[in-house]
Write a protein that binds this ligand. Structure first.
Ligand code: PMP
Length: 406
């Protein structure tokens, strides 16, 4: 991969921040967008902006065709069986809220939902809200100190009341890869067939090759903005037979078959979950981002990011007083750390003055911080355009600020 050349595709990487060249290491929060994606959005508005699925006129048909072609691209990207298994949402958060709302119809008092201790708030709070509504109970799979799931506790959590297991494929706060495939296969093998298995793929999709069939999940949620596509668009993958039966999430146009004041019938999946006018331009941009990734080759991206991860860990470990939080063997995309007793905000603010953008805080995963008894971490996260030079500048900048933090 020619990263120097790839960087040229991302206009924002050329800007200066605080008079220093931008070193963007906040990719777990959102990735930057390549020019073809930005241009595709502009082209849509200049040449074929129209509402989808509603018009017989030419523009509407062009927009609808493109909108549906992207659904097929996404199907291929995650190896779903049918394109009707791809529901457009606003992102991971909306996908999870959709599930928490829709699956509530299957929950009875006393049922249980399992999440892990290291989930993002968007894979905790919607379930807590569902538990309040349905008088069900949230149970928590703990993590080990290296950030991996404590699998030894799984059996004691699973029982005949378990109805939903919802786990992240990669932790956003620690960058730890979780072997959810193994967990999901195990749950199916021990004949818990009636448990909905959900993967929060927000941090998995940019860094791992995802095959939803191989994972054996019922649902897989992700946000497009984490893989070089626009904000405001994301996906809920759901197995066809489940989506076809599930109660809709929001009511409105597009999600119905027939409406009368006596009775309304609902559209087939995925449209029954896509009420209202969708963000067509973002879908178009999403399709372009997938094309862009495919041109580079996803295997190349994974191999490159892996080298960057190993190199960064080695360099960070050389800095005295720096501690990596979540030292699991298999990590992707992000590294969390602390420097001595300094507050992560100070680390982030000082690095920003040197042009280096990292994330600081609890990363919307407060229970993780409670596990380690810390207020937050500093987190550096990578993307396909991160190169060794970026990491060298990051490490040099850290070495410069360490004395200021004592
Ligand atoms: N889950 C994880 C693991 C995440 O990293 C994020 C985004 N930080 C989300 C869920 C929520 O994604 P979004 O804000 O795009 O809906």
């Amino acid at each position: 991969m020619d990263i120097k050349q790839i960087k040229k595709d991302f206009p924002i990487l050329d800007i200066k921040v605080n008079n220093k060249p931008l070193i963007y290491l906040d990719n777990a929060a959102t990735t930057q967008k390549p020019l073809p994606v930005i241009e595709a959005i502009s082209e849509y508005y200049q040449k074929y902006n129209a509402n989808v699925h509603r018009g017989v006129h030419t523009l509407s048909q062009i927009a609808t065709d493109k909108f549906e072609q992207v659904r097929e691209q996404i199907r291929k990207f995650i190896n779903a069986e049918h394109s009707s298994e791809i529901v457009y949402t606003r992102g991971t958060t909306e996908s999870l809220n959709l599930l928490a709302s829709s699956l509530s119809h299957y929950l009875r008092e006393g049922d249980e939902i399992i999440v892990s201790e290291s989930e993002h708030h968007s894979n905790i709070v919607p379930w807590q809200m569902a538990c309040e509504r349905t008088k069900t109970k949230l149970r928590v799979l703990p993590i080990n100190d290296d950030g991996t799931y404590d699998i030894s506790k799984l059996d004691s959590l699973l029982n005949e009341n378990t109805k939903i297991v919802s786990l992240a494929q990669v932790s956003n706060s620690l960058g730890v890869i979780h072997d959810i495939k193994n967990i999901f296969h195990y749950i199916r093998e021990i004949k818990h067939d009636n448990i909905f298995l959900i993967a929060d793929g927000a941090q998995g999709i940019p860094h791992l090759k995802v095959d939803v069939q191989d994972l054996s999940c019922d649902f897989y949620c992700f946000s497009a903005h984490k893989i070089y596509a626009p904000m405001g668009i994301g996906v809920l993958y759901g197995r066809k037979e489940l989506l076809e039966e599930m109660y809709p999430y929001q009511g409105g146009g597009e999600m119905i078959k027939e409406v009368s004041f006596e009775k309304t019938t609902y559209n087939i999946a995925p449209y029954r979950f896509e009420a209202g006018t969708p963000s067509v331009s973002d879908v178009i941009g999403f399709g372009k981002a997938l094309e862009y990734i495919e041109q580079i080759g996803f295997d190349n991206i994974i191999a490159h990011e892996d080298k960057i991860m190993q190199y960064t860990i080695e360099q960070l470990e050389r800095i005295e007083g720096l501690k990596i939080i979540g030292n699991a063997e298999h990590k992707a995309g992000a590294i969390s750390f602390l420097i001595g007793n300094s507050h992560p905000f100070d680390v982030g603010t000082l690095l920003d003055q040197l042009g280096v953008a990292i994330r600081t805080g609890h990363h919307c995963a407060q229970p993780v911080m409670q596990h380690y008894n810390i207020p937050g971490t500093a987190r550096a996260s990578f993307a396909l355009y991160t190169d060794f030079e970026d990491i060298d500048i990051f490490i040099k900048s850290l070495n410069r600020i360490v004395p200021m933090l004592q």
